[in-house]
Design a protein around this ligand. Structure first.
Ligand SMILES: NC(=O)c1ccc[n+]([C@@H]2O[C@H](COP(=O)([O-])OP(=O)(O)OC[C@H]3O[C@@H](n4cnc5c(N)ncnc54)[C@H](OP(=O)(O)O)[C@@H]3O)[C@@H](O)[C@H]2O)c1
Length: 315
């Protein structure tokens, strides 16, 4: 059953780090896949999970750079989430190893990129952040089930508040807005967790989505300095005006989602600051109602399965 979208008193908070939420948790013998696990909060997640004993697989579109970043922390293999053929090729290689997946953290993403089309004309943020992960999880599903009690973690964002799913124009054919496109993709990340959790709960696999906080990483690569000043993140002289999390703090909520015993028996919820978030319709922190709407979650699943041609739950 879907967990109520209310705080549970986790004992952790916005400044908790990935190592702190993993204290006392032994992941020896567990396998984790961390997309985007070679940069930003993904790399920090890889580091923390590996330190706790997990074997970490890092799919990467820039394999050489990923090997340099990941080093001995995990195995790197090629995957471009914006290319369905690449997703299938990675899944084929992984499935051929016969290994189970205990933890899957979908951290890869792009933000506020210029209008870009991938595959059959898909908008790149929706394709990379949502459709690629949708196809990947569905292809790997048998190995999540066979692990027994696996968790799938969708790294969304407070940016989901910029847009609900644009059901009549998913691909922004009627005028591109980079922030609305990010918002739609990040809403899709939450709805994906809601529906995956409903579909998979009987198998013991549980799904979560989350906002990691604001962290300075290469994610901001598409934002000119003037825009970050206008957004109130920095003063004109470059001084941060916003209390950014460190990467260690930024990785904490996804690491907590992937491993915390406090979340046992729960799923299908949006987390932030190592807590279950409240639903919010105003400026207060939390998740917008449209992002956890069960009907929308089912509808997005059907649309995504139709677009990608992949669905582990077809009977
Ligand atoms: N940083 C924040 O403040 C913040 C706030 C809210 C939410 N988030 C979310 O947190 C997640 C991680 O962000 P981050 O800050 O760690 O950003 P980051 O440092 O830019 O890391 C993103 C990772 O995703 C990978 N990636 C991008 N496109 C890909 C593709 N087509 N195929 C495979 N991998 C791809 C990147 O690879 P390349 O290096 O090869 O491009 C990189 O490794 C994102 O989903 C983001 O939306 C971040």
């Amino acid at each position: 059953m879907t967990t109520p979208q209310h705080k549970i008193g986790s004992g952790f908070g916005a400044r908790s780090t990935a190592d702190e939420v993993l204290a006392g948790i032994d992941l020896t013998g567990r396998l984790a896949i961390v997309t985007g696990g070679y940069s930003g909060i993904g790399l920090e997640t890889t580091r923390a999970l590996a330190k706790a004993g997990a074997r970490v697989v890092v799919p990467a579109r820039r394999v050489e750079q990923a090997r340099d970043a990941v080093g001995e922390l995990g195995e790197v293999d090629e995957l471009d989430l914006g290319d369905l053929a690449s997703v299938h090729a990675f899944a084929d290689r992984f499935l051929a190893t016969g290994r189970d997946i205990d933890i899957m953290v979908n951290s890869a993403g792009i933000m506020a990129s210029p209008e870009t089309r991938v595959g059959p004309g898909w908008e790149a943020q929706f394709a990379t952040n949502h459709l690629g992960h949708f196809a990947l999880v569905n292809r790997l599903w048998p190995r999540l089930v066979s692990a027994g009690g696996a968790r799938v973690v969708s790294v969304s964002s407070i940016g989901h508040r910029a847009s609900d799913i644009r059901w009549d124009d998913l691909a922004f054919e009627r005028g591109y807005d980079k922030w609305a496109a990010y918002g739609q993709a990040k809403t899709a990340n939450v709805l994906f967790a809601v529906e995956l959790d409903r579909l998979g709960a009987d198998t013991g696999v549980r799904a979560f989505a989350l906002h990691p906080g604001g962290i300075r990483t290469p994610l901001q690569r598409h934002l000119p300095t003037e825009e970050m000043v206008a957004l109130g993140w920095f003063a004109e002289d470059g001084t941060p005006l916003f209390e950014f999390k460190t990467p260690e703090q930024g990785a904490a909520t996804q690491t907590w989602a992937a491993t915390s015993p406090a979340l046992a028996g729960m799923g299908g919820v949006y987390l932030q600051d190592c807590e279950v978030a409240e639903v919010s319709t105003d400026d207060a922190p939390g998740v917008r109602p449209y992002a956890v709407d069960q009907e929308s979650a089912r509808r997005l699943w059907t649309v995504s399965a139709s677009l990608t041609g992949v669905n582990a739950f077809t009977r």
